[in-house]
Design a protein around this ligand. Structure first.
Ligand code: SAM
Length: 281
């Protein structure tokens, strides 16, 4: 089906924050194609201007009307090479492109990746959690009840789990994860990867919740949440109450620390308060 005159569709990864992560082959490819399909032409223009790439931009979304993919396929059929980029990272990974790639494949066009940054893979590479098997889930539902349902479906999964989460939902998301997996479950948060304020937090979900709740900076920017497989939770069957409380007391007054510890563990607030006074005293 693929005649020699047909163009190639290049799926080109772009940086997830640090422009230094643009790979040379991505620049060469974007300079060589006839047009670049992207999610948001204004957003992509800034990136392309930075690399002095001046090509016609065409907007593409998986759910926009079929004319945008039709136009791209028509260009491929006429022998033009086309590149697809997304706002950041690897196209198709929680980003548009799947329908276009499928249509291009079905019509016999060559589809070639130009690999580069991907937030999920970058987070996984530094999480310290098993990577021999992992499950990419991407974005969780925005509603807590739906999110809990999603987590429940993942309970017992023997693979490391990777999620994308919005910063304004990370706190609620951690609380929901604790409700399903327990506070002793191991997790990892990669925030603002490759950017100025990048942070990496590793610990039990209870510890992560404390860190995120007591430092509002942890509720800003772009976030990848990684959860360990069920079998690699800490050996403790429940959160170590005293350790949790000690951690909370480094950031909060006794009453607040006790209330939060009770919320996290499901324990008794008064008992935690007594423990907090004892620890402080
Ligand atoms: N296609 C992209 C990729 O390859 O990673 C992902 C696009 S998805 C629409 C955007 C989400 O990816 C963000 O909400 C965040 O969860 C994650 N993300 C993207 N850049 C990130 C970064 N620099 N640090 C942490 N997470 C990031």
């Amino acid at each position: 089906m693929n005649s020699n005159q047909s163009g190639t569709l290049y799926i080109v990864a772009t940086p997830i924050g640090n422009l230094g992560d643009m790979v040379p082959r991505a620049i060469e490819t974007l300079q060589s194609v006839s047009a670049i399909a992207c999610e948001d032409t204004r957003h992509s223009k800034k990136l392309l201007d930075h690399f002095r790439i001046d090509k016609p931009l065409v907007a593409y979304h998986d759910h926009s009307d079929k004319t945008s993919s039709y136009k791209i396929l028509k260009r491929l059929a006429s022998g033009q090479d086309i590149a697809l980029i997304s706002d950041a990272g690897t196209p198709l990974i929680s980003d548009p492109g799947y329908r276009l790639v499928l249509a291009a494949r079905e019509q016999g066009f060559a589809v070639v990746p130009i690999p580069g940054a991907c937030a999920a893979i970058a987070a996984l590479s530094v999480a310290g959690l098993p990577t021999d098997k992992f499950r990419f889930i991407g974005f969780l539902p925005a509603k807590s009840s739906q999110r809990i349902k999603s987590f429940e479906q993942l309970k017992g999964v023997d693979e490391t789990m990777v999620f994308y989460e919005a910063p304004h939902r990370i706190l609620e998301c951690l609380k929901d994860a604790i409700a399903v997996f327990g506070g002793a479950h191991i997790g990892f948060i990669a925030r603002e990867i490759t950017k100025t304020f990048e942070t990496y937090l590793y610990g039990t979900l209870a510890e992560l919740l404390v860190k995120v709740e007591t430092d509002s900076n942890q509720q800003r920017g772009e976030i990848v949440l990684v959860l360990g497989a069920s079998e690699i939770t800490t050996t403790a069957t429940s959160v170590d109450d005293e350790r949790l409380l000690r951690l909370l007391l480094t950031e909060l007054p006794a009453a607040k620390a006790a209330a939060l510890a009770a919320k996290i563990t499901g324990g008794d607030k008064k008992q935690f308060y007594q423990m907090a006074l004892a620890q402080k005293g």
